[in-house]
Write a new protein. Sequence first.
Length: 222
Amino acid sequence: MKRKRTLVHTAALGALVAAALTACSSTYDRTKLAQTWQEPGTSPMHFKRMIVAFSTSDEALRRNIEDKLASQIPNATPSYRVMGMKQAQDSTLIRQHLNELGFDGALVMTVANVDTKVNYVAGSYWYGSPYTFGPYWGYAWGYPYDPGYVEVDKIVSVETQIFSLTNDKLIWAGRSETTNPKSAAKLANAVVNRVVRTLHNDGLLARATCAESVCGKAASLQ
């Protein structure tokens, strides 16, 4: 039985396969740290009290991500427990307020950019050797040229910066890139996991310990 494929069918199939492969990979797998920087001579971070903040207008998302950060970073406190949304946006008072509360470190995470990337996937022929006219005529109708197609990816960049509040100094910064995140929550969770794992692997951050009830609650948010 001779199989026939139209150009439209073949192009659509290629696009569907590409979409399926993207969907199968997790948001974490599609998140990478494109750039990192640290203050020369930075030793492992041991803050007595660190505030962690995720800058967003979505209060529920802010609490989710800050709780996740606090569960993985020693001596960390989510910013929403210290200040409301309006107070968090007042940069003139926040430094003094954190000093009064005894914070000596701060981690700030924010979405820095959303961009699109267009990729052209070249087409290909389905045969590996030339044919004579007769066989090729039938083959050409059954297996036509597979045309190229265009993929459009959304790239979301998130910046993470860690400051020493004792001397008001940036000591570590990272910029992540996530391709086609399925949701804001999955994006932020993937970035948190990627950043914390990098800090652990680089020996800059000890693993957090916490009460079982707190860790269990944090795990449920992942």
